[in-house]
Design a binder for this molecule. Structure first.
Ligand code: DC
Length: 231
């Protein structure tokens, strides 16, 4: 019998800092990383490239099923992502792409098409899973579930800084509006809405530095999981 590899599920709204925490945890523990948002972003991008209307559930689900995407880890823990054999860069990280991802993510057939692909990331020695429904739907049996929150204003500022660092144009005011729209759609959709699992540990990161968030997550990991790498 082969036991399933352990999972740490990290959920929360846009711009809360999940990506930074997950990348740090994956490097610290030497575990694999699932950026589930990237799968929804890639599905939206592939659908747009194929001129499939984003509300056409059957067509977008077919795109998701046949998604030719690969994730490889760089030395710094960041991901190199390819779509149809070609690397996708900043295009994937724009707020427009995030919004398109949020729209296709509300379609049940698209979520169903991506479910097993996400679960396939669960391999030894363990998986850090970053998303909206990691603890509730994709890995309900995760060993540890973390849920990050922060004020809408703080999240817009963090996302603004992140986009500017990537050389992407971003206007703080319109970004705040786009994030609010995306959060409302992600939290109110009928299927797998953004919400903490009943057994999630919740942290409001509004006034915290990333180092504090990492320390909190690592302390919980050490408490809940018996890991040789943390002894
Ligand atoms: O985490 P992100 O910003 O890359 O995600 C983009 C969108 O994808 C997000 O607004 C909602 C959707 N998403 C989802 O519905 N479920 C996930 N597990 C991850 C992302």
């Amino acid at each position: 019998m082969s036991a399933l590899a352990p999972v740490i599920a990290v959920d929360g709204p846009s711009g809360v800092g999940k990506g930074t925490l997950c990348q740090w945890l994956a490097v610290r523990l030497g575990w694999r990383l699932l950026d589930s948002g990237a799968l929804y972003r890639l599905t939206a991008l592939a659908a747009l490239r194929r001129n499939a209307p984003l509300e056409d559930e059957d067509r977008v689900a077919a795109v998701a099923t046949r998604l030719e995407a690969e994730f490889t880890v760089r030395a710094d823990g960041g991901l190199r992502i390819t779509l149809d054999g070609t690397e996708v860069g900043v295009e994937l990280r724009t707020e427009q792409c995030g919004n398109a991802a949020s729209r296709v993510a509300a379609l049940p057939a698209v979520r169903a098409a991506l479910l097993q692909r996400q679960r396939d990331f669960r391999r030894a020695p363990g998986l850090i899973a970053d998303g909206r429904d990691m603890g509730t739907m994709v890995f309900p049996d995760a060993e540890l579930k973390l849920f990050l929150t922060a004020s809408a204003e703080e999240r817009a500022q963090r996302r603004h800084k992140q986009l500017s660092q990537q050389g992407l144009d971003a206007n703080l005011k319109s970004l705040a509006g786009e994030i609010a729209e995306r959060d409302a759609r992600d939290s109110q959709r009928a299927i797998a809405p953004l919400r903490p699992a009943a057994d999630a540990e919740i942290l409001d990161t509004t006034r915290l530095k990333i180092a504090d968030v990492c320390a909190w997550a690592l302390a919980l990991t050490a408490q809940r999981l018996t890991l040789p790498e943390l002894r």
